[in-house]
Design a protein around this ligand. Structure first.
Ligand SMILES: [Zn+2]
Length: 290
């Protein structure tokens, strides 16, 4: 277990809290052929478990969801040895029963993003990974098991609609997302989950509901009051999520599984003939096949 590194992606609040729970921590700079990741990577140990945390939006929430360097982030984590990745992200709830402050272990996505580089293989080769089950079923099971002993309500399964933003949905869109079968709305899970799959990494996403999306009629509230409420919900959801991640890391789970199907996603995925792929691209993409 000692040499296995569990990757975690989350927001700044999450990282600051996490740092306090780690021993031997350090911040390391990693460069990739896809540029610099959002931030330095925080590495350290929680008990026996080695972990690596990446702040998705960078220091001071520098990157908007459309501008997050998703490819560099996933590549950088893989480069330092991450094969299992637990991502966390704030979302709006599209369902009455998912209340602000609660957590959801995401099972499915609907990708509505339109201006993000969603593959490592752009301009290099035609590569088609299976993505019917976009999060790791095994890892999801462990997270669900760890959640059982916690006070916070954790929903098992849920469909996350990823929109481009940066504006929030219109009411008509919000109602449509519900009709599509969406449970959550957010702006950051895509293409992160797709890239994790292309990098043959087991990926799970814990979503933190901060508020109901605008499908739900709300009592007229002062804007500042509303924002305060959302930030309050985000803080409690972040704390809950941290508890959950801690329980997963402390649990006796086999979080890194070389035999998981996520780890073999490229086996039959490359459709381009080998001689058509340039040596430069091969060199650049080799890491993904490890
Ligand atoms: Zn897996």
């Amino acid at each position: 277990m000692q040499d296995e590194i569990i990757g975690i992606i989350g927001g700044s609040g999450f990282g600051d809290h996490l740092e306090g729970l780690l021993s031997d921590f350090e911040h390391i700079k990693v460069e990739t052929p896809f540029g610099s990741p959002s931030s330095d990577i925080l590495t350290g140990k929680m008990g026996e478990r080695k972990i690596a945390f990446l702040n998705r939006h960078g220091k001071g929430h520098r990157f908007s969801p459309s501008d997050v360097p998703y490819r560099a982030n996933i590549y950088a984590l893989k480069k330092i040895g991450v094969r299992t990745l637990i991502a966390t992200a704030a979302v709006g709830s599209l369902q009455e029963q998912i209340r602000p402050g609660e957590l959801v272990i995401v099972e499915q996505f609907i990708d509505k993003t339109v201006r993000r580089e969603n593959s490592f293989f752009i301009d290099a080769a035609a590569v088609h990974c299976e993505f019917a089950n976009p999060t790791c079923a095994e890892l999801n099971k462990f997270i669900a098991a760890a959640a059982e002993n916690l006070k916070v309500k954790t929903h098992h399964g849920g469909t996350y609609v990823c929109m481009e933003g940066p504006q929030f949905s219109t009411r008509a869109e919000s109602i449509m997302h519900r009709q599509w079968g969406g449970d959550l709305i957010g702006m950051t899970a895509m293409p992160e989950a797709k890239l994790a799959r292309e990098a043959q990494i087991c990926y799970s996403l814990i979503a933190l509901a901060t508020d109901y999306d605008c499908w739900k009629p709300q009592a007229e509230k002062d804007k500042h009051e509303l924002l305060k409420e959302i930030i309050g919900n985000l803080q409690s959801a972040t704390n809950n999520c941290l508890e959950l991640v801690r329980a997963v890391l402390k649990g006796n789970f086999k979080l890194v599984n070389d035999e998981c199907s996520c780890r073999k996603s490229l086996e039959l995925a490359v459709w381009t003939q080998d001689e058509q792929i340039s040596e430069t691209d091969k060199e650049k993409l080799k890491l993904l096949f490890d």
